[in-house]
Design a protein around this ligand. Structure first.
Ligand code: HEC
Length: 366
């Protein structure tokens, strides 16, 4: 009942403001005839180290960047995103050395969004639900800017795209980066009224590169003057605000054996790498994704951590003396049609209240 009222609340007020904490994840896109950086209004966006990626580099650490500021403008032709963040160390990847890395920034959008679409997995999309990523890195003597489409599982396709630009400048006095992303958009691109977007930053000084980065959850660009589709908003805003009892959710996770596979908060008895670490899951996941992860884990199957870290020494080594990977550490199996199936059992028998309480707890893990 509580939940129903909440959803109705969201639908009722959608034309002007959004309910509860969903508003915190909304970035207003202001219409202006011209882009003028001095008039941009910024909103704080938190970023968290992504847990489902691990480098074979013990010196790489999580960046000390926990928030960025984002503002947006639509000129009638182009959409601008201005991203600012503090970084004490200015790092540029040199042309020839390979053990030094540059700072970087990326902006990610779902390839398709709007009524009836689900959010892609935050970590570069999932099978059947791709994202487009725009990336800029500080590399010596080179404009390192890329755009690619990704569906996870190695399907990263670089694309030629001359409809965008992404600049990145360091202010040495303020120890701050300002990045400006600009893209030509068609009115149909903006028709859903609300566009999911996510951000990532890399700190070269912490040896960040590849998947070692700090990421945001999906945020929502709200285009001034365009009313978003109500059913899409009620999907995106599911689980914001007070949906359950986090303390009960915490207990339910132990009772249901989640801690047998996952480590999080004070639960650290699962074999590391058996399943994603959930310590920051609430920081970079949206509630609707958390809910789906519990009741239908195979809807999004996450790529493994580097499986080649775990060898199975009970097997015969190959002719070079290398042991096969230990299959215990893969996060999925394949069904007879070759489709990936999560090794996590679906908890679809839990009551709605139980699921809500668990999501309420997972949201606190950041
Ligand atoms: C048998 C081991 C196992 C158990 C038990 C288990 N999980 Fe998982 N879980 C996994 C694996 C493996 C994945 C990654 C594969 C995938 O995408 O489903 C995962 C993924 C997740 C994710 C997504 C993580 C991310 O980084 O996006 C969440 C959230 C999650 N599980 C929560 C739970 C909760 C809550 C429970 C208990 C109700 C639970 N899990 C029980 C193995 C398990």
């Amino acid at each position: 009942m509580k939940l129903k009222l909440l959803t109705m609340g969201v639908i009722g007020v959608v034309a002007t403001t959004f309910a509860d904490s969903f508003e915190d994840d909304v970035i207003n896109v202001k219409k202006a005839p011209k882009f003028d950086i001095s008039t941009v209004e910024f909103k704080k966006v938190n970023v968290y180290p992504q847990a489902t990626v691990r480098l074979n580099d013990k010196n790489a650490k999580s960046a000390d960047i926990d928030e960025i500021q984002v503002g947006s403008v639509y000129t009638g032709k182009e959409i601008y995103l201005v991203i600012k963040w503090k970084d004490d160390t200015f790092s540029v990847q040199p042309k020839l050395t390979t053990n030094k890395y540059g700072d970087g920034v990326s902006v990610q959008f779902p390839v398709s969004y709007g009524k009836g679409k689900t959010l892609p997995y935050i970590g570069m999309g999932n099978e059947g639900n791709p994202v487009v990523v725009y990336l800029r890195k500080m590399v010596e003597n080179r404009d390192y800017v890329k755009s690619f489409v990704s569906e996870a599982f190695g399907s990263l396709t670089e694309q030629r795209d001359n409809t965008f630009s992404l600049e990145m400048n360091y202010d040495k006095d303020k120890k701050e980066y300002i990045a400006i992303f600009k893209r030509v958009v068609k009115p149909t691109d903006l028709k859903p009224g609300i566009i999911p977007v996510a951000f990532a930053v890399w700190d070269g000084d912490s040896l960040n590169r590849g998947g070692k980065k700090n990421i945001s959850s999906w945020k929502f660009l709200k285009i001034e003057g365009v009313n978003p589709d109500k059913s899409y908003i009620s999907y995106l805003s599911w689980g914001y605000g007070n949906i359950g009892d986090p303390n009960r959710g915490k207990e339910l996770m132990v009772q249901n054996g989640c801690n047998g596979c996952h480590n999080y908060a004070d639960q650290n008895n699962a074999l590391p790498d058996l399943a994603p670490n959930l310590s920051k899951i609430g920081g970079y996941s949206n509630p609707v994704y958390l809910r789906e992860s519990i009741i239908n884990p195979s809807a999004v199957v996450i790529r493994n951590l580097n499986i080649n870290r775990h060898y199975d020494k009970s097997q015969q080594p190959d002719k070079n003396g290398a042991y096969p990977n230990n299959e215990m550490y893969t996060w999925y199996t394949k069904d007879e049609k070759g489709k990936r199936v999560s090794k996590m059992p679906p908890y679809n028998y839990l009551s709605e209240q139980d699921v809500n309480d668990i999501v309420a707890y997972l949201k606190t893990l950041k």
